[in-house]
Design a binder for this molecule. Structure first.
Ligand code: MN
Length: 288
């Protein structure tokens, strides 16, 4: 199933180029209380919400996908976990290109570990990326985004995929420069998730998916998730060996080669086999 969030925080099931408004299923969510438990309230109840949504979709009003404004399908991840260098060809280009490395010695994911992006940087496909720092390089990075479905602490890789509820397309927008990655990559709007969440049953093998990205129709990135250095189960094992993962937490699994700059007004089109394509605009002006 394909679940999206759109317009004024409505939820929909996507079928072809139509979205069925199944927002009535949100009544299954726990009423808000303070302090909220960590994690995303909808993802924590995802199975029940999808079961209700499937029933509602028979009679639900439908709209063309092109007529709705897509938001990130996960509204409140407690953290966005990122793999810094997880495709060998991207590691090679980072070593060659001083505009990427900025004087840092490029090591391995085993040396560097993972890093976090701020959850306040998250947007969906229907919202513009607002670039900052006109004099500096702002790059696109397409990544398979893994959505954690239930609490995961010290999970062995053999069980890891059972903690996943679905997948989406992630854009890890990146300001290049000397600062630490979590600072440069946490700018507002620099994490794009969408266009929707595809449930795990539709993608039984996340290690064999083509992924690609173009800017204004020009191909920039193309690879396959089988080229990851740490595959999805190993990333979950690695992340959960340091911290507990909560429902709705996202793992951006690293980008392949071909990263490059974008500028105001560009259109980014990013796709992953079995998920679909995300089209997002870069706002025509820098954000101050
Ligand atoms: Mn990245």
């Amino acid at each position: 199933m394909r679940l999206c969030r759109f317009d004024d925080d409505r939820i929909g099931l996507v079928q072809g180029d139509q979205v069925s408004d199944v927002s009535a299923a949100l009544e299954l969510l726990e009423p808000r209380r303070w302090p909220a438990p960590p994690g995303d309230a909808l993802i924590a109840r995802l199975d029940a919400v999808l079961e209700r949504a499937r029933l509602l979709a028979r009679e639900a009003p439908r709209r063309p996908l092109a007529a709705v404004r897509l938001k990130a399908p996960v509204a409140n991840p407690s953290k966005i976990v990122n793999a810094p260098i997880n495709y060998q060809a991207h590691i090679d280009e980072a070593k060659r290109d001083p505009g990427i490395a900025h004087g840092r010695e490029i090591k391995t994911i085993a040396d560097w570990g993972l890093f976090l992006k701020s959850s306040s940087s998250l947007i969906g496909a229907g919202e513009p990326i607002r670039l900052r720092f006109p004099g500096r390089r702002n790059d696109h990075e397409v990544e398979l985004a893994v959505v954690i479905g239930r609490e995961a602490n010290r999970v062995p890789r053999a069980d890891a995929l059972s903690y996943v509820c679905g997948y989406s397309i992630g854009l890890d927008m990146t300001l290049r420069g000397p600062e630490l990655p979590s600072f440069r990559k946490s700018i507002d709007t620099y994490s794009v998730l969408g266009p929707w969440l595809v449930t795990r049953d539709e993608l039984p093998d996340p290690a064999a998916l083509e992924l690609w990205l173009s800017v204004n129709g020009e191909p920039r990135q193309r690879s396959n998730t089988r080229r990851m250095v740490y595959d999805v189960p190993r990333l979950i094992e690695y992340a959960s060996s340091f911290y507990t993962l909560y429902p709705g937490d996202l793992i951006f699994s690293g980008t392949p080669e071909g990263v490059g700059p974008v500028k105001p007004g560009d259109e980014i089109r990013a796709g992953i086999e079995g998920i679909g394509e995300l089209v997002v605009r870069v706002a025509p002006e820098y954000a101050g």
